[in-house]
Design a binder for this molecule. Structure first.
Ligand SMILES: Nc1ncnc2c1ncn2[C@@H]1O[C@H](COP(=O)(O)OP(=O)(O)OP(=O)(O)O)[C@@H](O)[C@H]1O
Ligand SMILES: [Mg+2]
Length: 294
């Protein structure tokens, strides 16, 4: 059995008490515009933390600050206990290789095939890997993401929207991350495709013991797979907890968001699905018509 497969079947890693991500006093500005002011947030090991907030409230900027793509005005960011702010991308390499990122919009390289896209982080971090092994690992990640392996030679323009999301996920999984950042992974998918993607994320989290930072507008996703939800508003995280804990708060945005008509439909659906067993990746792939042997 290959090391990759052994890793995939291993139980979740032991959980420490320190959060995997710790953000303290984060302030971000673009010119006159203050996006975050003194923002605090913790993400615990082994949880899926949903991040919600109105459009433009700074969800993507927060993610970019955590992964070192956005230099904040002030504040501290620790990931796996290591301070990230002010470190060069090279200095942070050992931490960066422990996470995978699915950017909003996918951010696939249009001139590279699906397999080549997945190989990008592998080539960066393991330049000595031979072509055969690279192709094998890419095929494995592609299958793991619920895509047919025949799609490996296709270019992004030849993939559907849902397939592009899965392609971005395959690339995010390339380095066997412990931590996954997902920015709007189900945006633009039809409800069945979005539900299948949710199932896939949940299943990957359970199987690989991942911690997931998940930005979403999708109420169904929040109810279906998130352990806690952080709400961004007024330049900070105004609340963070389970949906029940958030519903107990008297904040107008939170009430409108979760108790508006769309929120109630999502809550009803979550209740109906509460007793369903945790799905497998093969089931998730089958839902979208994929042929992957996940
Ligand atoms: N590189 C940048 N330069 C200037 N302003 C920026 C930059 N990146 C983001 N912003 C601004 O910061 C604010 C927050 O942007 P961000 O992309 O984080 O929003 P968001 O919460 O992710 O929104 P959405 O839900 O629409 O994706 C916006 O007003 C945006 O215009
Ligand atoms: Mg965004």
């Amino acid at each position: 059995m290959s090391e990759e497969r052994q890793r995939a079947q291993a139980p979740p890693p032991p959980r420490g008490t320190r959060p995997v991500i710790e953000v303290k006093g984060l302030t971000n500005r673009f010119g006159e515009q203050t996006v975050h002011e003194n923002l605090d947030l913790d993400v615990n090991a082994g949880e899926i933390l949903g991040v919600v907030g109105g459009s433009g409230t700074g969800k993507s900027v927060l993610m970019r600050s955590i992964i070192g793509l956005q230099k904040p005005v002030s504040g501290e960011v620790h990931v796996f206990g290591e301070q990230m702010i002010g470190r060069s991308s090279d200095e942070a390499k050992n931490v960066r290789r422990r996470w995978g990122v699915l950017f909003q919009g996918g951010a696939l390289f249009s001139t590279l095939t699906l397999a080549e896209n997945v190989e990008v982080p592998l080539r960066e971090y393991y330049p000595a890997l031979g072509e055969t092994l690279l192709d094998e690992i890419a095929s494995y990640k592609i299958a793991m993401s619920g895509l047919p392996t025949e799609s490996a030679p296709k270019y992004p323009s030849e993939l559907s929207g849902g397939m592009k999301k899965r392609a971005g996920l395959a690339r995010a999984l390339a380095l066997d991350p412990e931590l996954l950042f997902l920015d709007e992974p189900t945006a633009g998918l039809d409800p069945i495709g979005a539900a299948a993607f949710d199932d896939l994320i949940k299943s990957l989290k359970e199987t690989l013991g991942l911690t997931v930072f998940l930005i979403t507008h999708d109420l169904d996703t929040l109810y279906a797979i998130c352990d806690r939800v952080a709400v961004l508003a007024d330049k900070k995280v105004i609340a963070c907890g389970t949906i029940d804990e958030l519903l107990a708060l008297d904040h107008p945005w939170i009430q409108e968001y979760f108790n508006g008509p769309r929120g109630r439909v999502a809550a009803d659906a979550a209740e109906r699905n509460a007793d369903k067993p945790v799905p497998t990746m093969a089931q998730a792939a089958a839902l979208t018509g994929g042929e992957a042997e996940a």
